[in-house]
Design a protein around this ligand. Sequence first.
Ligand code: GTP
Length: 303
Amino acid sequence: MPVNDLAAPSIDIPASADSLVSRIPGVIFQFYRSHSGHMNFPYLEGGGMALAYVDKQQLAEDASLLLEQLTGHDHPKVMSAIERSARWMLPLNTRFRLPFPEEKPHWIAVSANPEPIASGVRWNGLMMDITDQVVEEQRLRKLCDTDPLTNLPNRRKLMGQLTHLASMSARHGTPLSIMMIDIDHFKQLNDRWGHLQGDNVLKQLAMMAQSLLRCEDMLARLGGEEFMVVLPLTSLQQCHKLADRLRQTIADHDFGIGQGSVTLSIGVAEYHCGEPLVTLIDRADRALYSAKEVGRDCVCLLP
Ligand SMILES: Nc1nc2c(ncn2[C@@H]2O[C@H](COP(=O)(O)OP(=O)(O)OP(=O)(O)O)[C@@H](O)[C@H]2O)c(=O)[nH]1
């Protein structure tokens, strides 16, 4: 084999790190915070879109021009990540939304190592635009938490929300109630009208129930023809009233198969501060069972 064939192909090697930095899909930075709290970016270079709308000269003087643009929870989140990193000399790892003109904000991931210096702390790190990755994460999370037929939250999502609301209720001493809802004789409905019509009833029912609720309430499909509603700041009596309104609304509705063809049995229970959630759910289940026992199309409650 001729010796020339083994030689490395001729490539365009960047002359310096600086010329390489402008070609990478991210930003390399140095960030500084003085003991008095002044922050700036002594160094901020890179490629990709993230730098297109920031004024590097200004940020070299004052980083708050960037930090003040952060919206929602991002500003306190980033500030406390900086504080934690500075206090414990731990890597700074966080993400935030950077507003972009005439576009949705872009998600930026930050990763930097702190080093103490006499006048404050200096970080050397990277920022990357991770918008595509975050959008995909959000899509997958929604898929995991959603019932595909009705588009309602599923059991998994509901249990997370119920756990959160129960701890808020215990902490603030506020009432919390749940409704367990089951369609009566749904098997007969499917057998008589077909599975597609059954699906249609589930979808319409979900929309109608949703329209009777407040935005802080959560309606979920637990599976089959069973639904649950979690109602924060709602006593057993208020929940009972609402459950009966829902039962009546559904009984009055013609789902394309005649009024009265779809009815609900509903069990209602109220959270007792500190009890396990399975106990609350079991009470609502037993109330639902009682509603079936007394003849369906009714609401029963267990305090
Ligand atoms: N169309 C449709 N049917 C479903 C779905 N999931 C479960 N089902 C049906 O729901 C029916 C539930 O039947 P059962 O558990 O016997 O309860 P029921 O007939 O409603 O009787 P009661 O609850 O005692 O009033 C079954 O026939 C399931 O096949 C679904 O996504 N779509």
